[in-house]
Design a protein around this ligand. Structure first.
Ligand SMILES: Cc1cc2nc3c(=O)[nH]c(=O)nc-3n(C[C@H](O)[C@H](O)[C@H](O)COP(=O)(O)OP(=O)(O)OC[C@H]3O[C@@H](n4cnc5c(N)ncnc54)[C@H](O)[C@@H]3O)c2cc1C
Length: 388
């Protein structure tokens, strides 16, 4: 993969007296980069560090075969928040990509999200009334005791068996009958012929890739890569007046209240000698085999910017979060939520540390949610920091 990141430095800066930075931002993902941009716009001096060798956190894209590869899984930007949309458009022009994944089950392809196209593919029904009646006749009635019964009560048996059961088992490594019901609160059903996965007003992929967008966002800001905060804490903390921490909150407190559980992912990237392998950016795999849950064909995210005679396809394998694997999905159990509440209480007693982002909040957050959270927090704390 080619590096687009020549200008970012490695190694620690030298300590000066008084501290030469206003903020030390740990993590150069979307939360850290948004916060850094707003701090710099307010006349403050942030230093951003990341343990990874690149900027962008999980949104990072790298160029391969002239294609912008989403290195940590498919990332589609979508929002209905005008402030977020205007902010992100300062750094990127977005294309008109609309996410319309397909799901493969029993050798047949189905449309996602669950909508009239899916219902027609499943039952050959044509009207919303027919689809509603079919789902209604298959629903589980009663108080759902587990995720399987919850899903059956929301969408009925056919959709569950065809598109949810095995996909969920692969994703969480457990059968849905062994998982708590509250993991799935809603399974949206759309009674129109509309394969647009998201309901938001704005949607797209940054032309040129997310990494280019982050580079523009970080213009004029000092970024140091390949630096782990915990291994360098005593050298890093004195460099700035306050810390913005976007890593794992349990690691920040040495796991003293317990370990927060995550599910991880492994990505297998492959160059295939054809210009169009699967005809769509995202395909979900809903059978017990193969073990991967999704394949991503990256060039379809950006057909104009990713012209190539070959294609790059990524298989996404859910896996346990062990041995330094990247934590992706919080395991949303009551025990984990209780541990996280204890960390949050401890975090509130540290006024010079701002905790933010998906790993500190211990919840799945879409990009626009992370960005909005960083914008709100920056708006509340930066004015005081900017006052001498
Ligand atoms: C598979 C997948 C697909 C997704 N698809 C979408 C999508 O289509 N649309 C959407 O809106 N959202 C999507 N998301 C969510 C999106 O990835 C997040 O909203 C976003 O990346 C969160 O940004 P962040 O800054 O909170 O975290 P991150 O991007 O994880 O950034 C945190 C950074 O902190 C660094 N860090 C952590 N600990 C330390 C340390 N000790 N020292 C130094 N650095 C450290 C990490 O290396 C990382 O770079 C997806 C997520 C996943 C997992």
């Amino acid at each position: 993969m080619t590096s687009q990141l020549q200008r970012f430095q490695e190694g620690l800066p030298v300590l000066a007296d008084p501290p030469q930075y206003d903020l030390l931002i740990v993590g150069c993902g979307l939360y850290g980069a948004t916060f850094a941009r707003l701090a710099a716009d307010a006349g403050l001096r942030p230093l951003v560090i990341d343990q990874r060798p690149h900027i962008g956190g999980n949104c990072y894209t790298e160029e391969r075969e002239n294609i912008h590869v989403h290195a940590y899984g498919a990332h589609i930007f979508h929002t209905s928040n005008r402030h977020v949309w205007e902010f992100v458009n300062r750094f990127a022009e977005f294309n008109n990509y609309i996410n319309s994944p397909k799901a493969l089950s029993g050798g047949r392809l189905y449309s996602l999200p669950f909508n009239m196209n899916t219902f027609h593919e499943l039952w050959q029904v044509r009207t919303p009334a027919e689809a509603r009646a079919t789902i209604e006749s298959q629903r589980f009635r009663g108080d759902p005791a587990n995720l399987e019964e919850q899903a059956l009560s929301l969408v009925g048996r056919d959709i569950y068996e065809t598109l949810i059961h095995h996909y969920t088992r692969k994703q969480w490594g457990k059968d849905p009958s062994e998982l708590p019901a509250f993991i799935i609160k809603r399974l949206p059903l759309r009674f129109t012929y509309d394969n647009n996965y998201f309901n938001d007003r704005w949607q797209g992929i940054p032309i040129g890739g997310y990494t280019l967008m982050f580079q523009k966002m970080l213009e004029g800001i000092e970024v140091r890569l390949g630096i782990d905060y915990f291994s360098n804490r005593s050298a890093l903390d004195p460099l700035a007046r306050c810390v913005v921490f976007t890593g794992c909150i349990d690691a920040f407190f040495d796991h003293e209240e317990g370990h927060l559980e995550y599910r991880s992912l492994a990505f297998e990237h492959e160059v295939i000698a054809t210009d169009n392998h699967q005809g769509n950016a995202v395909i979900n795999y809903c059978d017990p085999e193969p073990a991967f849950t999704r394949t991503i064909e990256h060039k379809h995210f950006d057909p104009v910017g990713s012209r190539s005679d070959v294609t790059v396809v990524t298989k996404e394998y859910p896996q346990p979060c062990r041995d330094g694997a990247i934590p992706y999905y919080p395991v949303n159990s009551e025990a984990n939520q209780a541990i996280h509440r204890r960390y949050r209480e401890r975090a509130e007693s540290l006024p010079h540390v701002i905790f933010g982002g998906r790993l500190s909040e211990y919840r799945y957050m879409d990009m626009h949610v992370v960005m909005e959270a960083a914008m709100n927090r920056a708006r509340s704390v930066l004015p005081a920091l900017a006052t001498p």
